[in-house]
Design a protein around this ligand. Structure first.
Ligand code: DX5
Ligand code: ZN
Length: 218
């Protein structure tokens, strides 16, 4: 099980410091939400920020494209140094073409599914994806309430992909629900607010890691 830190919850004026702290604490991935003010009503990071970020760290960076027409942006984020590019299923008119485009650039491909979207299509897309990201909040903002419908969605996804593709859970992950998510079979936890709230990243991360380990043993 791995933790991916969502920097949407970090103070953008101290992003560099925050990355160094994530390195010291040993998080597995850095998760960067890219929003366009069109698919979702929020604007976040651009290509230049991702480029600087990838230059400063060896932690693999996952770019989560929460925007319209993802295929128009894949090459730019690949050149910026992303290790994983994840697209929203409901933004892809032709998901196979989009996912193939990511892989052709030697980047891992992620497919992200909104709470209202079924995982059924994964049956047909399995061969094109390296990571399956299940959103447990509506896309667009950090700090939202966790949607419990994701538990049954993990089960549905497992029926299709077994243990072949790692499942990421993104949105509202906290110290109350992570144990149940581990037991449900999720592999990677994208955490923003839960890591950055009260400003003590180190303690927060330790708490998450302890709970995850215990849940895995139980
Ligand atoms: C939501 C984003 C998430 C968000 C998670 O649109 O995809 O990555 O940053 O943040 P928290 O952990 O605050 O829900
Ligand atoms: Zn995200």
């Amino acid at each position: 099980m791995k933790i991916s830190a969502s920097i949407l919850a970090a103070n953008p004026l101290y992003l560099g410091d925050s990355i160094k702290e994530l390195e010291n604490e040993g998080v597995d991935f850095i998760h960067v939400d890219i929003m366009d003010g069109h698919y979702v009503n929020n604007l976040t990071f651009g290509v230049d920020t991702v480029k600087s970020l990838c230059r400063m760290t060896n932690i693999p960076v996952e770019v989560h494209l929460e925007l319209s027409n993802p295929e128009d942006h894949i090459e730019n984020f690949a050149n910026a140094g992303a290790s994983i590019i994840t697209v929203m299923l409901d933004t892809c008119a032709n998901p196979i073409r989009v996912l193939e485009k990511i892989r052709k650039l030697n980047i891992k491909s992620g497919l992200s599914i909104s709470p209202h979207v079924s995982v059924d299509a994964v049956k047909y897309l399995e061969n094109y994806i390296d990571y399956l990201l299940l959103l447990s909040v509506e896309p667009g903002f950090g700090g939202q309430k966790f949607q419990t419908s994701v538990y049954s969605k993990i089960k549905d996804a497992k029926k299709i992909i077994g243990n072949r593709i790692p499942i990421e859970i993104d949105g509202g992950v906290n110290t109350d629900n992570i144990s149940k998510l581990v037991k449900a079979g999720a592999d990677i936890f994208v955490i923003g607010t839960g890591l950055y709230n009260n400003g003590n990243l180190k303690d927060n991360l330790k708490r998450f890691n302890d709970i995850m380990k215990k849940a895995d043993i139980d």
